[in-house]
Design a protein around this ligand. Structure first.
Ligand code: AN7
Length: 363
């Protein structure tokens, strides 16, 4: 029998992989969970669904990061730099994923981590993570925007480092996702579709794409296309939304901190920022899992909902490449995931009852 070749497997984090593009030095202590290097998955079903065969659609699946979202890319940078600067505590407001990520990275370097969470509007998996990674979780009677205001004020007057994306190191870390896409495709895609909440990520990707091109590592720049949830679409409406509402709790944000960055990404790239309804998001969320085998959270599915919306209007030029960032894992939000009338009652353990159900399922 031929011996299988041993393939060396070494997974490194984004700081080691892209250090020449990041504001780190020899004396930066790298706090990493081997984040990044997430797969770019070619879509199987979307092209057929939309009746277009000549688009290549990829999912950048960020749900496969160590804490299950893209936030880990920014957090490895923010926490490493906080530690380098002597901080002993970090703080963030969060719709969930930032808090999970901050808590995990803080735990690796014995930093205190405080997270402010809007009451009742966070997916259970994210709350679970924040607690178990050992953060002090403070639930506030108010939405994300109110919580972020508080965090900004407290960190400005106390020796606690803010790790929301107003911290520029977060953006630096998150831009590496654009580098990975260019490395995988050999160039930037023609369109990049991304959900927009606090708008840090669209800002980061655009920075990443521009830097890679400036260094001659890619030739093209993509059109940046952002999607907000219809009930939380301040950038689309061009005004603050005081009471944002959407099932996609991750992007339930009415006054994004990186508003300006999102506008620049949109306008410099010749892209657009639009909104999708909760129904469109729910449909795309299920389609992604049921037809593509990719289980992402509702906020992530906003990209695919948006892609379908634009494809219906024949927005995309033929023979182009589109990348959709799927920002977080579907496992984050079991309550939403189980809200679709799935049969979960047990039946008698008999052939008859099982076969009856299989028969019923065919109709
Ligand atoms: C899955 O965790 O704001 O536009 O506090 O968790 O960069 O804010 C999360 C945002 C998209 C939007 N998808 O990204 C938080 C938080 C998922 C997210 C976004 C978030 P930004």
């Amino acid at each position: 029998m031929r011996r299988l070749k041993k393939v060396p497997v070494k997974k490194i984090g984004i700081i080691e992989r892209y250090e020449e593009f990041l504001p780190v030095s020899k004396k930066t202590p790298i706090i990493s969970l081997n984040e990044g290097n997430t797969p770019l998955i070619l879509s199987e079903a979307l092209g057929t669904l939309m009746g277009v065969k000549n688009l290549r659609i990829y999912f950048k699946f960020e749900g496969l990061n160590p804490t299950g979202s893209f936030k880990d890319r920014g957090m490895t940078m923010a926490v490493s730099k906080a530690l380098e600067e002597g901080a002993t505590a970090i703080m963030c407001a969060s719709t969930g994923n930032t808090s999970a990520s901050a808590a995990a990275y803080a735990s690796r370097c014995k930093m205190k981590c405080y997270v402010l969470i809007p009451e009742g509007k966070i997916a259970k998996g994210k709350l679970l993570q924040a607690f178990r990674y050992g953060a002090q979780v403070i639930i506030v009677k108010g939405n994300f925007d109110k919580a972020l205001e508080l965090v900004k004020t407290i960190t400005a007057t106390h020796p606690i480092q803010i790790v929301n994306s107003v911290n520029p190191f977060r953006i630096e870390g998150q831009k590496t996702a654009a580098f990975e896409i260019c490395d995988d495709l050999g160039d930037a895609p023609d369109y990049h579709i991304i959900p927009v909440g606090n708008a840090g990520n669209i800002t980061a990707y655009w920075k990443g794409y521009k830097e890679y091109r400036k260094h001659g590592l890619s030739k093209k720049l993509p059109k940046m296309i952002g999607f907000q949830a219809a009930g939380a679409a301040p950038i689309v409406l061009n005004h603050v939304v005081e009471y944002p509402e959407t099932i996609a709790t991750a992007i339930r944000i009415g006054n994004p901190a990186s508003w300006q960055g999102a506008i620049e990404a949109r306008d410099e790239s010749g892209g657009l920022i639009d909104s999708v309804t909760d129904d469109e998001i729910s449909w795309a969320y299920r389609f992604l899992a049921e037809r593509e085998g990719v289980f992402s959270e509702p906020a992530s599915a906003a990209t695919v909902a948006g892609l379908i919306k634009l494809a219906k209007k024949k927005y995309f030029k033929p023979k182009t490449k589109i990348v959709c960032t799927l920002t977080g894992s579907g496992l984050k939000d079991p309550e939403f995931g189980l809200s679709f009338n799935d049969r979960i009652e047990a039946v008698e353990p008999t052939m008859k009852s099982v076969l009856n159900l299989i028969e019923a399922g065919k109709s």
